[in-house]
Design a protein around this ligand. Sequence first.
Ligand code: TPP
Length: 313
Amino acid sequence: MFRTLLRIRRVEERLVALYPEQQIRCPTHFSIGQEAVAAGVCAHLSAKDLAMSAHRSHAHYLAKGGDLKAMVAELYGKATGCARGKGGSMHLIDRSVGFLGCVPIVGSTIPIAVGASFGSRLLGNSATTTIFFGDGAAETGVFAETLSFAALHKLPVLFVCENNLYSVLTPQSERQPHGRRIVDVAAGLGVPGEQVDGQDVETVFDVAGQMISRIRDGGGPGFLEFLTYRYLEHCGPLDDTRLGYRPPGEFEDWLERDPVRIETERLIAEKLIDAKAIERLESELALEIDDAVEFAQASPFPERAEMDASVFA
Ligand SMILES: Cc1ncc(C[n+]2csc(CCOP(=O)(O)OP(=O)(O)O)c2C)c(N)n1
């Protein structure tokens, strides 16, 4: 799990560094600061379990077992990408590991994922479905309709809300009634859950484990609202703290609770890892990322004849 956490961080840091070269031309939403949610939840999922995400999806794709080379190639718009270079960062997909895809229309994947979960029920298989979305997506109409449907049919679906406090530049406090928690809205629709610290990967792992067991035992859908924070601008590789939409000191407070740092310090204190092991892991990851970037850069763009293939409209 630590490896997954660190790997997601290092991959995104590299993409942030590469973005200004202008070879990655798709809009790219980074989740630096939010990695513990993907790493902790997906540690409980096998390839036969299903997952979906939205526009901020690199962490979920990688934690669910998506292929790094295919992901980077997709960002470069290359034919070897996981959506054949036609989707970019917001359309990652790898059905071989149960990652059904992501779609940037806010809220739109919530009913798609619940439909997939209903499909598993009809097929009689034991897959669970996990759907990752943000606090903004919880404001869409389909959110209410879909949670009601999942509750009614007791579907094996886990709703994971990554509450990073903002929808683009607007804080949750300006969009939702004061003191009303998203997890309580879900409970009102028949989907019980918890609001949890999303910065500590082991807390995420423990709470998600209990919830997923309950869902697998036929307990019906569950909801986890993780409190977390995005460090970079809504879309793109830049620091946007100068825009002034974050209250003074907020960013620094969240940096104190950085998920990679918390877990590194814990593992060192418990003597489960030492500086040498971390160094080894860092160089392995750097090599793996070098490889993926070289692969993406060397890959061809899709052929013109490919334009209409796999496009449904
Ligand atoms: C239906 C729809 N409305 C508006 C947008 C523009 N938009 C893209 S991302 C976003 C914010 C979503 O916030 P949230 O769901 O909290 O996710 P976060 O970006 O914080 O991860 C908005 C409004 C969109 N893509 N789709």
